[in-house]
Design a protein around this ligand. Structure first.
Ligand SMILES: [Zn+2]
Length: 313
């Protein structure tokens, strides 16, 4: 498919009606054509509001069932505007900004939408990075950096994995929140993000000592006489960009409970930073939004007091 708007006016032309949005979702969900989950039939009718009816067995499939848009009471045109806005903001989206731009009555709705969309930014079963990577950790949400291996109040440790391209450029990244800098935590983060057989560069921290045993080619970057250079410049750069982004877009106001989602949003943006068209980000996010399972609000927030649970969003 790969048809996406290049500009705001193209966006307005393409997605002015509910019908146009539904058809786009159907194409995004089944880019290679519809396949019936019951009989594998490939012919279907699009009845209305994304409801596909299998031509062979009559089975009905809703394009939004089990996705970000599941049971939404808001028009898809509003959702599409939200996705366009989120992906066209270079610096990232805040719930307040989204509420303003869409004219949403409640901050709660805007906040929930953003978190649903961030969930969609992580592609299900996305591939691990391979080749040569740098791995390091950094603290976020803290004024001072803490000591490794010790928990520190108000600080969250994030593992940064940065693909090294042609020896000096940063390729893709992965970010993972970890409990501490123990080998158990670090190894777990690396196993989830890096393909075995890859060359992993780290500093001399003993938390990385077991990587060879896990099938990685571990190389320790040692301090050299050259002064002032970071040992792991790619990770260093990603860490400083991440911190700047968090301060700039969210004024540092990110609760640790939701940090994973913000890390996902940052990763999504960073890995597509060279995309020539913002519209391509829009297409990817729509595609991933109909590919993932819905996250009911109650699963997103662990401790909510005084909220109405029956609210539809
Ligand atoms: Zn069928």
């Amino acid at each position: 498919m790969e048809d996406y708007p290049r500009t705001l006016s193209e966006f307005d032309d393409l997605f002015g009606t509910e019908d146009a949005c539904w058809k786009y979702l159907v194409r995004a969900r089944w880019p290679n054509g519809f396949v019936c989950p019951r009989c594998q039939g490939t012919k279907a009718w699009h009845r209305n509001r994304g409801l596909m009816v299998c031509a062979s067995c009559g089975y009905e499939v809703s394009v939004t069932a089990g996705t970000v848009f599941d049971r939404t009471h808001k028009p898809l045109t509003v959702w599409f505007r939200a996705i366009w806005w989120v992906t066209s903001q270079k610096t990232g989206a805040s719930a307040l900004g989204l509420q303003r731009i869409l004219g949403l009555g409640s901050y709660y709705t805007s906040w929930t939408w953003l978190h649903k969309l961030r969930r969609a930014m992580v592609r299900p079963g996305r591939d691990r990075i391979s080749g040569t990577v740098e791995v390091d950790e950094c603290y976020v949400g803290a004024k001072k950096s803490g000591k490794r291996g010790r928990g520190a109040a108000g600080k969250v440790l994030v593992v940064i994995v940065a693909e090294v391209v042609e020896g000096k450029k940063i390729g893709r990244i992965r970010l993972k929140q970890v409990l501490d800098a123990s080998s158990e935590s670090l190894e777990d983060a690396i196993k989830q993000t890096v393909e075995p057989g890859s060359v992993v560069w780290t500093d001399e921290w003993n938390g990385y000592n077991g990587l060879n045993r896990l099938g990685y080619i571990h190389e320790v970057v040692r301090e050299q006489s050259a002064v002032g250079n970071s040992l792991l410049p790619h990770c260093h750069r990603v860490a400083s960009l991440l911190k700047r982004w968090m301060m700039g877009t969210h004024q540092g106001a990110i609760s640790h409970e939701h940090l994973d989602y913000y890390l996902d949003e940052y990763t999504f943006r960073f890995n597509r930073r060279t995309s020539r068209h913002r519209g391509k980000l829009f297409y990817r996010l729509v595609q991933q939004a109909v590919a993932i399972e819905a996250t009911p609000y109650k699963n997103m927030v662990k401790h909510v007091r005084g909220r109405k649970s029956k609210q539809h969003i």
